[in-house]
Design a protein around this ligand. Structure first.
Ligand code: HAM
Length: 412
């Protein structure tokens, strides 16, 4: 233990985790698969800052959301401006779009990857620091782009052999939502005796969130509630029909979940979630947010995007991650320079090479412990003869390899 540190400060804080080994390998595999698809479809990566002014999320994600009300990690800078560790990437992407005047381009397709922070109650699949890979498209209003984004996630889910259900819905727009909200609020008042305390608080200001409440009595009480998808104006209806027929022609199966509202306030029209059949957790989610750019001070710009929760996806996967085989160089005696040469010659793509200085017997024990496939023994005899002894620990086969016979050898 470090001198002067308590046991507690040697633990990572609650909800914050080290990601390494198998889980890290899975995350890297998912990330590579999704990045490849995005790059092939003309998306460009943007590295967004982890810290933003808190106001960006207050205005972007919405004052009444759980994220802004309860879950942001905030702190002040030396000028007393409130900063926040980003809870999500969409608001930051919009900020970057505006800051760099990307609206001068006909359309913009961006993706980002990195840690997000939400002060939630930690449990499996819910962390205070987690990682998202997200994509956002600015400047395209037609539903084909919503369908293309969904298709990317669909292809990823199939490639990873996920067991999932794709849910879609429409939450309407400024034209149809006011009437719908009134109808919903009226309904919620008629069943208010069955609603939980949280829902009673939000039913007048943010009534859509009541439909998303996980409390059994609230779910029962809202079974007969009016749903946004039945109140769509003609433009929203045309958009929704367009999305459904695009998904049909792409061969994508979906269900319409009229309760799907999402936990962020910026959505308009299409929303979607890929829900795990194993854990019931939402693995990947997104939707359209046609007003956000304008609300944050930019020109009227349609936009749509998604984010994938990398830990949640990694926890769903059951494939074995195959690591490259390890070759352990075991050097013994006064052979430092020569052992480094052997080590250097063995290092190559798709191969892991490591070096220890130990007597052969001890070295072989260590090689077994660390799961090495091969060992390269390097002692005085090897050094004098310019070779090393390569042993396959799985088969026991052993051979002498002349160092000067290696292709890369230049110095011998
Ligand atoms: P979100 O639904 O809040 O959407 O998060 C997207 C995904 O991030 C979730 O489906 C889940 O996999 C993962 N996630 C969220 N919270 C946690 C947590 N506490 N622990 C582990 N994983 C978590 C957004 O963030 C939107 N920005 C998505 C979007 C992009 N919409 C349009 N563009």
């Amino acid at each position: 233990m470090l001198k002067g540190m308590s046991m507690e400060s040697l633990q990572s804080p609650r909800g914050f985790h080290d990601i390494f080994g198998e889980k890290n390998e899975r995350i890297k595999k998912i990330s590579l698969a999704l990045r490849t698809k995005l790059i092939e479809r003309n998306f460009q990566e943007i590295i967004l800052p982890i810290v933003e002014y808190a106001e960006l999320f207050q205005r972007g994600v919405g004052q009444l959301t759980d994220i802004v009300q309860k879950e942001m990690f905030t702190f002040s800078d030396s000028k007393q401006r409130l900063l926040a560790l980003r809870p999500e990437g969409t608001a930051s992407a919009v900020r970057a779009y505006l800051q760099h005047k990307l609206y001068t381009k006909p359309w913009v397709k961006l993706f980002y990857e990195g840690p997000m922070f939400r002060h939630e109650r930690p449990q499996l699949g819910r962390y205070r620091q987690f990682h998202q890979l997200g994509a956002e498209v600015f400047g395209i209003s037609e539903p084909y782009i919503d369908a293309q984004l969904i298709e990317i996630l669909w292809l990823l889910a199939k490639e990873l052999n996920l067991e999932f259900r794709l849910e879609i819905n429409s939450v309407g727009c400024k034209v149809c939502r006011p009437d719908y909200k009134l109808a919903l609020i009226e309904y919620l008042h008629s069943v208010k005796d069955s609603l939980c305390q949280d829902c009673l608080k939000r039913m007048d200001k943010n009534p859509l969130r009541v439909l998303d409440c996980k409390v059994q009595t609230c779910q029962e009480a809202t079974k007969e509630a009016p749903f946004a998808i039945n109140y769509l104006c003609s433009d929203c209806k045309t958009h929704q029909d367009g999305l459904e027929s695009a998904l049909d022609s792409l061969g994508i199966d979906y269900v319409i979940n009229p309760r799907l509202v999402r936990g962020l306030d910026y959505y308009t029209r299409s929303v979607f979630e890929f829900v795990s059949l194993k854990s019931s957790l939402t693995l990947m989610a997104g939707g359209r947010y046609d007003y956000l750019v304008e609300e944050l001070g930019g020109p009227k710009t349609p936009a749509v995007g998604f984010a994938v929760g990398l830990e949640r996806l990694a926890e769903e996967l059951s494939f074995e991650v195959k690591e490259d085989e390890l070759i352990l160089v075991i050097a013994f005696g006064d052979v430092l320079d020569y052992a480094l040469k052997v080590y250097k010659h063995l290092c190559a793509p798709n191969r892991r090479v490591d070096l220890i200085f130990k007597p052969p017997k001890k070295g072989l024990e260590i090689a077994n412990k660390v799961g090495a496939r091969f060992v390269a023994l390097v002692g005085q005899e090897e050094k004098s003869g310019s070779f090393f002894t390569l042993k396959d620990l799985q088969t026991g086969f052993q051979e002498r390899i002349e160092l000067y016979s290696l292709k890369e050898t230049k110095t011998e």
